[in-house]
Write a protein that binds this ligand. Structure first.
Ligand code: BGC
Length: 443
């Protein structure tokens, strides 16, 4: 970590932290919440490394006032939460469940009273199980159900939520949830998962107009991006890199910005109907960028490989507890690449997730030192600043995450928080990165 002072960010830059509903809320039956695909998945033996579920998670549903206090103490100007669709519509259709919306109503008011802007993601992977039973995102109808749900949420919260995010990382939900099956709903379709991409994007576009009809707040989507690092320089490696780039970085952005689907990954476009691309290209106000690391790619080694690329570990970098390489410059590279690629069509960017997992634990004095996280955030913020200096319009940065939480298939084994959570007692202890980020935000 360099000792040079952190360069200044412009006034009005949005400083925030992010979480998502299933990872922190717990209380999975409270207020008539219905089951989601993650409840089903987590309760299926062998799916989660430590056999845990999100049944209790951080019990944020009951402890939200304490967590809003932590946000106030951190001094952030925004908090990115997600709304659990199965709280609002327990079976994914029909009228709003008042008790579900009441929870978010209380949370949003508590945030505003603490001087923190609520930023709400509508879908962070917790699809109502009843919709999955009807085909989930493979079924075009789910896109229409999503817009209906967006309308119900905006009717209640549209006067107070300051930024809407329709979907979180539709790429990850497609690839891990429906391509490899590592995430809920656990389908293994590889390239046959393309309808999940299209129907999520269609749902996004339909939701944009539902939100606009109820709320004057800006609308965004949060995409996951990973710049490609080629492991070789043969033509085959370059073609593999282009295919991976199209899949991970362009599939969910080209059509949003009016360019249609990229050709490289070779998806069957049969599910795309006339007019869909116009719905998907409805203008957005902000592009949310979630970044963790670049991806090493080379040409597939076998001729019968099911994929047109092969992933290779990136060597020579420090690694997080997830074994992910720490490459701050990848964030600069990514932001510059987005700017170059899309030019004037690119809306202002907010980095909606950036963070790292380490095995943080309280020391003998009860403090939780996490110097690696401080170095990680320091490096990534400098990278954002460099991109801004190079002309990329970035207007905010959200740390993933406020709290240690339930990390999907990794259960409770990966800690991403600025605040340590003892899951046995639900005791929250701010780590040293919390104080570091607070001091940075203050400045
Ligand atoms: C997701 C988060 C997740 C984080 C770390 C992102 O892909 O949006 O829910 O916890 O990465 O894996």
């Amino acid at each position: 970590m360099t000792s040079a002072p952190m360069p200044e960010f412009p006034a009005g830059f949005r400083w925030g932290v992010s979480t998502s509903a299933y990872q922190i809320e717990g209380a999975v039956t409270a207020g008539d919440r219905g089951p989601s695909i993650w409840d089903t998945f987590a309760h299926s033996p062998g799916r989660i490394v430590d056999g845990s579920t999100g049944d209790e998670a951080c019990d944020h549903y009951h402890r939200y006032a304490e967590d809003v206090g932590l946000l106030a103490g951190l001094g952030v100007s925004a908090y990115r939460l997600s709304i659990a669709w199965p709280r609002v519509q327990p079976t994914g259709t029909g009228p709003a469940n008042a008790a579900g919306l009441d929870f978010y109503d209380r949370l949003v008011d508590a945030l505003l009273a603490a001087g923190v802007d609520p930023v709400a993601t509508l879908f962070h992977w917790d699809l109502p199980q009843a919709l999955e039973d009807a085909g989930g995102w493979l079924n075009r109808d789910t896109a229409h159900r999503f817009a209906e749900y967006a309308d119900l949420v905006a009717a209640r919260l549209g006067d107070r939520v300051k930024l809407w995010i329709t979907l979180n990382e539709p790429f990850v939900h497609m690839s891990l949830g429906h391509g490899t099956g590592a995430h809920a709903p656990g389908r293994v379709l590889l390239f046959d998962a393309f309808p999940v991409a299209h129907h999520q994007l269609l749902g996004h576009g339909l939701a944009v107009s539902a939100l606009r009809a109820r709320s004057t707040s800006p609308v965004a989507i949060a995409n996951n991006y990973s710049p490609v690092r080629l492991a070789g320089d043969s033509d085959a490696d370059r073609a593999a890199g282009a295919a991976y780039d199209a899949l991970h970085n362009r599939l969910f952005t080209d059509p949003l910005l009016g360019l249609g689907y990229p050709e490289e990954p070779g998806f069957d476009p049969a599910v795309v109907r006339a007019g869909d691309l116009d719905v998907i290209a409805a203008p957005i106000d902000v592009l949310g960028v979630n970044y963790y690391n670049p991806t090493g790619i080379r040409a597939p080694s076998g001729e019968d490989s099911p994929l047109p690329f092969e992933m290779v570990p990136l060597e020579g970098y420090p690694r997080t507890a997830f074994d992910w390489p720490v490459v701050p410059d990848g964030l600069r590279e990514l932001l510059v690449q987005l700017h170059r690629r899309y030019g004037d069509a690119l809306p202002p960017i907010q980095v909606t997730e950036s963070g790292c997992a380490y095995d943080d634990a309280p020391d003998a004095d009860g403090r939780v030192p996490d110097p690696d996280r401080i170095a990680y955030l320091d490096g990534h913020l400098r990278a954002v600043h460099e991109a801004m200096t190079a002309g990329v319009p970035v207007t905010g940065y959200f740390v993933w995450s406020l709290l240690d939480n339930w990390e999907w298939a990794e259960g409770f084994t990966k800690r991403f928080g600025l605040v340590h959570v003892d899951y046995a007692t639900q005791r929250r202890t701010p780590k040293s990165s919390y104080a570091w980020f607070r001091d940075l935000v203050r400045r």
